[in-house]
Design a protein around this ligand. Structure first.
Ligand SMILES: [Fe+2]
Ligand SMILES: [Fe+2]
Length: 370
């Protein structure tokens, strides 16, 4: 873990300068070690006592897909042409903003296209690293969760996540034009989720927060993209992800009933902390470095773009209703409701929660019926 992170308070850390001061210094590292602190639990109670998880497990068994044969990898992808298509309506990363006097005032069309290419390389790279985080967290849940139905289900998710790492890695290698190492802030968030000794925090951090955000981000990219291979890849990944988020909701719902108010508050704070970190610290700083632009100058501009708030709001469209369904929004004195109101994302509270929608997102089953 980076030392200056531990020394800073959250407000200071969310300061742009502090965010940028933390970068991935281990870009050549191949193996990254995290110490897990949780107990590994056997259970001798094999009774199938959680019907919602039994149903989800059956669904996971029949909706498995094969990344090699269910996707058409012979499709040729012209990344530059795709980026140009996407930029037709909007030549810059800054919407309508006035760029006079900034480093971008001299940029021509090719620079903007290069930027679009690098942003796509960065995003897909972080998806890939995040998927590996999910692979590791789910393997950990198999070990740490006390219920047999959850161990069975989590085992299917381990397979799903392996497939997701596989497809993003293959798409990056064969269709795009470069990889990025894991973003330092993403790596720290994953490390913290893995290191927490309370088994349900792996669920809350990964299944509810990270996967909730990923599900929304994949949906956004899926709608924006016109490239058929990426579109189908994302549709299939999303159909798995919806089950994963549902797994979190269905598991934690029961468990949270048994917790006292102090324990619930810790979960609320954990959820809020993860939300702020994902919203304020995943800033594509490495893209600007690669483009030869001072990240601070570029990010000061992007953060001032009003469209950014709309987009970062959409990323919470799954997280907020799921937190509500778990009772986290209003527990205690409604602490998390107040915090999500301050973040400007409370409007999503009544959007459909993923515990209810995973069936309708099962693209794999839909394609097989068709
Ligand atoms: Fe995944
Ligand atoms: Fe997942």
């Amino acid at each position: 873990m980076t030392t200056n992170y531990d020394m800073l308070g959250r407000d200071e850390l969310n300061d742009l300068e502090a965010i940028l001061s933390i970068s991935n210094s281990d870009v050549d590292e191949v193996i990254h070690t995290v110490r897990a602190n949780s107990d590994v639990l056997f259970t001798w109670d094999y009774e199938r006592s959680r019907p919602a998880l039994v149903k989800l497990y059956e669904k996971a068994k029949t909706s498995q897909w094969n990344a090699e044969t269910d996707l058409d990898w012979s499709i040729e992808v012209d990344q530059v042409a795709e980026v140009r298509k996407g930029q037709n309506a909007d030549k810059s990363a800054f919407g309508e903003m006035d760029l006079k006097g900034t480093v971008f005032s001299t940029w021509g069309e090719d620079d903007w296209v290069n930027l679009g290419v690098e942003m796509q390389n960065w995003s897909l790279s972080q998806f890939m690293h995040g998927e590996q985080g999910a692979l590791i967290c789910t393997a950990q849940i198999v070990e740490t969760v006390p219920w047999i139905d959850a161990k069975y289900y989590a085992a299917t998710q381990v397979m799903d996540e392996a497939r997701h790492v596989e497809v993003f890695a293959k798409y990056l290698d064969t269709k795009l034009s470069g990889h990025y190492p894991v973003n330092a802030h993403l790596k720290m968030l994953l490390d913290d989720i893995i290191a927490d000794e309370r088994w349900d925090m792996t669920y809350l951090g990964m299944q509810i927060m990270v996967e909730g955000l990923a599900l929304a981000a994949f949906g956004f990219m899926q709608q924006m993209s016109s490239e058929p291979l990426l579109k189908k890849l994302l549709r299939y990944v999303m159909s798995d992800e919806a089950r994963h988020v549902a797994f979190g909701v269905l598991s934690l719902q029961d468990f949270y009933q048994e917790l006292n108010s102090k324990e619930i508050r810790e979960r609320q704070e954990f959820a809020y902390e993860a939300a702020v970190r994902m919203r304020d610290r995943f800033l594509q700083q490495e893209v600007w470095e690669r483009m030869g632009v001072d990240p601070k100058e570029a990010l000061t501009l992007t953060l001032a773009d009003p469209n950014r708030n709309v987009f970062s709001g959409i990323l919470f469209s799954k997280i907020v209703p799921n937190c509500k369904k778990l009772g986290l929004l209003d527990a205690g004195d409604g602490w998390l409701r107040t915090k999500f109101t301050e973040l400007g994302v409370i409007e999503y509270e009544d959007w459909v929660d993923t515990g209810a929608e995973y069936d309708s997102l099962d693209a794999v089953a839909q394609d097989r019926t068709a």
